[in-house]
Every structure is written in structure tokens, then in C-alpha cells.
Design a protein around this ligand. Sequence first.
Ligand code: SF4
Length: 469
Amino acid sequence: MALTMFDKIWMSHVVLERPGGDALLHIDRNFVHEGSFHAFGALAKEGRRVRKPRQTFAVADHYVPTVGRERGVEAAEDADARNMIRLLEENCRVNDIAHFGIDDDRQGIVHVIGPELGLTQPGLTITCGDSHTSTHGALGAFAFGTGASQLKQILATQCLWLKRPKTLRIRVDGTLAPGVTGKDVVLAIIAKIGTAGATGHVIEFAGAAIRGLSVEGRLTVCNMAIEAGGRAGMIAPDDKVYDYLHGRPYAPANADWDRAVAQWRTLPSDADAKFDREVTLDGSKLEPMLTWGTSPEEALPVSGRIPDPKTLPGADQRAHAEQALAYMDLKPGMALTDIRIDRAFLGSCTNGRIEDLRAAAAVLKGRKAVIPAWVSPGSTTLKRQAEAEGLDRIFIEAGVEWRASGCSSCAAMNGDKVPPGLRCASTANRNFEGRQGKGARTHLMSPAMAAAAMLTGRVTDVRQLLQGR
Ligand code: SF4
């Protein structure tokens, strides 16, 4: 029988099946961050410990301060944030779990350090108590977020009961035009199918435009699979993935490497595998994208105009758009390039990787930002890499703050908030009301587009600024 990549990974991890489709799945890797305290607390209450501590890896990311990091946890102004960081450290110590804490060179956003350290590998089942765990699927894993009670189950048993999701293949054909990135691809997908478009499905992203993306670009696409409602996102591993993983600290080495690659090569979906649903897009027609509203599906090409809610097809869509326009203080018919931008944030598990920093630096080099802007690299390791490449100098000379690694202004849990009423060009993945702080207005876009907004103080088609570069 022809199998999808998801089928192959699922079948090789089922421990037990119940009538009705539920399966007990073995979990190969589990990541935890500061938000895991409920699950650790519930486990301790029952007098239990983590069953397989070597399969769980912890990192402090959501609450870590991005300025004054030389002072470690004391740099966090908020006592609750300091407690969250310390509680994770203590839960890891008690349970003998590897912990990349605030002072560790391997610290970073959980969905950045997993691939970076080689912990994320093709064919694995990967969990984390965090919705954007879908990111890891870019390397050919089945990776998904869990709630607190599911996390407790994984910590206690290294297994999880799960209902088998359906499969959706999204093919993006053609070649992307210059200036069009993985972020633009995934925003275009969500704009097409909606935030509930993949509910109940695992998405396999395929097609020439997806294969043409770097591993970093693929991580961006899978990161936002969850914003389309997907249970997970995945992309078939190929030589780009093997080159990316080779030599990373937790990747297999020597003869194990050869055996691993031979097994990984069997993972891609069979040519005649059947998916429950299929969606296609023409990648060659895509432009740089951005969101105008308060949902990732409220996104348009940069050449577009804000829609009149009355023209939208569904009643829910119309009502949401009315509310979004009021919150964002925008008017139907307005050109996106007329939107003023007050702040810009470059970072997050969506777009805080080295390729993202390079893309923004290529736009900023030799130019000056006209609005307050900051960069928070996705990991401490890649912050050092960027500094070795001189990218930090480009940002600093452009007047952009060069901060330490963490989730920062993506969810602003560490205090990196955008003031009420101000608009922020953000390279993250969510633009809900209040996501970056109460009253903050978020426009999602690619790193290059965010850099263009830094230079002009308004939404700008970055392709104009890339001419001759
Ligand atoms: S960067 Fe944002 S989306 Fe990613 S893990 Fe942190 S808070 Fe969540």
C-alpha cells in the first residue's frame, strides 16, 4: 500500500491501538520551557518522576530578558518571570533533565535550538507544550504541541494517546520571485485556506517552491502550519536537511550517521500515496505578504488594498474584519503601503534564524532606521554566529538594537511590549489583539519586509530597496 510520510512515522510509533482510531504513540523527543510547571507540579503531586529524562530537553525562552543578560536571571524586572525561569531550572534538576538555561551558550527559543542542536531529526515524534512545535516538521518529523495534561502523560510514560489526524498535502508549485520568502509563502497559504483550513489535519508541504526553500525557510513555513489550524506541518527530508544536520551536536555520527540517512531516505511519501485533501498554489505568482488585520488569514500581497468587510464571503469573516479594522485603526480601500509603522521586531521561532538576520541586514546595510527597532536572535549560538559575520554591526550602525536571544516581543511575556496604539512590523507568527501588549497593533511580515519598514516608517515593498543590491 502506498503511504504518506505521516503514515510511515505514525505506524512506526504506535504502541497500542483502541477501536475508534485512538493510538498510544511513543514520543522520541520532548521539549519543555517555562510554561511546563503545571505538568511537573501535577507529576510531583502524584509522587512520580520523569520516566525517561534523557528524552526531554528544557530551555528558558518565553520569560528571559533580552537586555542586561550579563546579569542573568536578575535582569528580568518582573519577579514572576524570575520565578518561572528558576522553577524550570529546579524541575529539571529534580528530574535530571538536560536544561539549557538563561546563562547557557545553547539557550534560545525552543523551536530554534531543537534543529540547531540536531535534536530534531527526520522520522521522529516530537512534542512540546507549545503550539509552534509544528516547526520541527520541516526536517521530516511528526512534531506537535501538547496541553499540560498531555505533557504530564509524556513526562510520566514517554507515550501519548492521540486520535489519528487526517492528511492534507499543500503543493506550492513554480519558482518564487526574488524578495519572496518562506514567510510570504505561508502567509499566502493561510490567506487562501483560512485559520481553520487545516483543522484536524497534518499538513505535508510539497512542490517545487517548497523544495527550493532553504531549511530555515522550511522551518518558517512549518512554524505557521498551526496558524492554518493544522495539527502539524511537515516537509519530506532531502539532501538540504542532511547537510544541515550533519555534524550538529546531537545528530548521529560516523556509522550511525550513514544508517540514519539510509533510513531517512525511506521517509518521503510514496509517489501514489493518497492524502485526505489536496490544495495547490502557484508560487511563481506570489508577492511579499503582510497581515492587515488581527488574524494571520487577514493577509494580502504588499501591492494590495485593505478589503471592505462587506465584500468578504462569510458572516464570521465579515464580522471579524470589521472588528479587526476598528482595532487596527485602518480603513477599507487603503493601500497597504500607506500604513504607518511605529516599531519593528525581528526575531521569534518563525523568523529569528541566521538566514533571517542576513536578509534583514542586506536591506539595512549602510542605511538608517527611522523608527525604534530591535533584533532578538533565535538562539545564543546564532547570535554569536551573526556577530562573527558582522551582522550585529550592520544593525547597530542602522540604529537597530541588538538584543539577547529569547521569545521577546513575539508574545511579550518577558516585558518586551509594544505600547498601546502603536503599530509594529513583526516577523513572528501571531497578530491577535494584544499579542505584543495591550492595545498593540501587529503586522506580520518577512524579515526583509520588516527591515524595509524600519527604513521608511511605513509598509514598504522591500523589492524596491533591494534593487542594485
Ligand atoms: S517565539 Fe513566540 S511563538 Fe515562538 S515559542 Fe516563543 S512565544 Fe511561542
